[in-house]
Design a binder for this molecule. Structure first.
Ligand code: NAD
Length: 291
């Protein structure tokens, strides 16, 4: 029997409707409409697509959204000045600087300059620290999306073995931090799971992956995960977005894995739409906190 599909598109629709209701209630109570400012430096076509879909999702949810463009030749000072202006603007509740940035701009300097309260991507070291300490302000959007896919599909994490492939700051590391911690009133999303993170330095990676009740692939290598990585019945979440001959391909070889797995998220229409949805949720949270 093929694995049951975890449909990120459908789950996103449901969560976006909840966010839109939250925005309407916040505005009805006299709050400022939540606002997200996106910053695009240069003209990377993939970044253009991401920013466009993020802005549309904001508008559909009743939020304000602005796009600030800087040329590919912009200096770090130019971008720092723009970030300072957005930090000071009370209509802006979330600031999203689309990565990657041109070589002359240090990403770390920009991330560190964003006000932590408006850092709805949760990349600022203060927000990373709060998550690690078990009191997150915001959960980073992609791992937050994965957590919601599991929770809303009725896939329990408590006491389960989770293997995360990849240790990046954006996906793998925060994914592990969310799923391994103890749930509390401040952090109900925490997974209470036993989490293993595997990466380029891991010996016999498929054998470790086969211990997983939940396998999360964030590798950046098309069709990396095949049936021999998967314990029968496991839930497999594919975070990967790779372009192969102009087609979007995940990190999981779905054809090989689907007959073995119990659950599988597709690419496209899996984690991708959930990432944008959780960005909206974080922006609403920021607006509510700002009043
Ligand atoms: P990254 O390149 O920063 O990290 C990849 C990780 O995978 C590294 O930790 C590396 O050690 C590990 N890795 C790479 N090749 C490996 C190998 N051969 N064996 C074992 N480990 C290996 O990537 P990232 O930013 O974490 O993104 C991972 C994937 O997820 C990419 O395809 C990216 O496009 C995608 N992504 C998707 C979303 C989304 O919204 N769906 C968001 C962010 C990233």
């Amino acid at each position: 029997m093929p694995a049951q599909k975890i449909d990120g598109q459908e789950l996103s629709k449901a969560i976006r409707a909840e966010v839109a209701a939250g925005v309407a209630a916040h505005v009805a109570a006299g709050g400022r409409p939540p606002g997200l400012a996106a910053v695009l430096v240069g003209d990377n076509p993939a970044s253009e697509v991401y920013v466009r879909s993020k802005r549309k999702a904001c508008e559909d949810a009743g939020m304000n959204s602005w796009l600030h463009r800087l040329p590919a030749t912009a200096s770090e000072e130019d971008l720092l000045k723009l970030v300072a202006d957005l930090n000071a603007d009370p209509a802006v509740h979330g600031i999203l600087v689309q990565l990657p940035l041109p070589k002359q701009i240090r990403e770390e300097a920009i991330i560190n300059a964003i006000s932590p309260a408006k850092d709805v991507d949760a990349f600022h070291p203060q927000n990373v620290g709060l998550l690690a300490a078990g009191h997150p302000r915001y959960l980073p959007c992609t791992p937050f999306g994965v957590q919601q896919m599991l929770a809303r599909s009725g896939i329990p994490t408590i006491g389960k073995n989770v293997v995360v492939i990849g240790r990046s700051n954006i996906v793998g590391k925060p994914m592990a931090l969310i799923l391994m911690q103890k749930p509390t009133k401040d952090f109900p999303e925490a997974g209470d799971a036993t989490v293993t993170v595997v990466h380029r330095g891991t010996k016999d990676l498929p054998a470790v992956c086969r211990t997983a009740d939940i396998l999360i692939a964030a590798v950046g290598v098309a069709k990396f995960v095949t049936a021999d990585f998967v314990k029968p019945g496991a839930a497999v979440i594919d975070v990967g977005i790779n372009s192969v001959d102009g087609k979007l391909v995940g990190d999981v070889d779905a054809e090989s894995v689907s007959p073995v797995a119990g659950w599988l998220s597709p690419v496209p229409k899996g984690v991708g739409p959930m990432t944008i949805t959780m960005l909206l949720q974080n922006t609403l949270k920021s607006a509510v906190a700002a009043k």
